[in-house]
Design a protein around this ligand. Sequence first.
Ligand code: ZN
Length: 318
Amino acid sequence: MRATTGAFAVAMLVVAACSSGATAPAETPNTTTPPPGNQTPGTPQPLDASVYPEFAFGTAPLIIIAPHGGSVAPENVPDRNCAECVTTNDANTQDLARQIADSFQARTGKRPSLVINVLHRRKFDANREIVEATGGYAPLELVWMALHTAIDSAKELIGASPGRGLVIDLHGHAHTVPRLELGYLLSGTTLRLSDSTLDAQGALDGSSIKRLVADRAGSIASTALLRGTASLGGLIAAAGYAAVPSPADPAPLVGESYFNGGYNTLRHGSLTGGPTDAIQIECNFAGVRDTALNRAQFAGALAAALVTYLGDQYGWVP
Ligand SMILES: [Zn+2]
């Protein structure tokens, strides 16, 4: 738990929930199943530290969440079987999140906070409300709370200084069009409206960057923050990675699949208040997260874009 301060509530929660109080390496198997004959049949057993999220508080006003890249799958945790539950992982996104954090630190000397769900998605979905996330398995509720308490604590750090910042919820998609899909809680139908219509309707007031739009009103149009050259999509597209929304690709076309942001983007963005805006980034596979070389190159490009974005939009100086 690099850079973790014991005073945070999340640390207390993890300590309370497991004997060691330390987050285990992501690939550590569950090895603490009680011996046969020492448990009541049908009684869920407490979960050990290996299933708890890995988190490291950073020194930059940026939080990176990797909810769907875990590999830990203890046999004593039932598979989620809720109707229409998605149980497939976003391949290589855990490694990608670490590389973005590393690259950001190499460029600035400051490190983002990193919150990584280590559980496989068939056991736990770290981008859902608690019932769907846990599949109704009560012992996982503490894992869910630890995840969001970690994010909330990192947000409190940012709120204290420098006051404003950004959450990136990092995913991978398998849609037909090979591009990054940036989610702001605005539907494809909404994105297909013109800039003038979106600005006039105040459509960004319903987005996960609501506070940024308000803070920068009078300086930059809301749609410029969404898909202009200064938007995150604009910055990463300028580095050679196709993205929607961005200046060249302002909206998905009718019939094209598009992820517009999930639970984490809603909860940890500024639509509902708080010091951080949030953007969900859904990465296509080829050329972005498939090989170690491509992940390193994309991580470097995204880190550079994020440094620019934090400086331009929040006035952050490393
Ligand atoms: Zn995902």
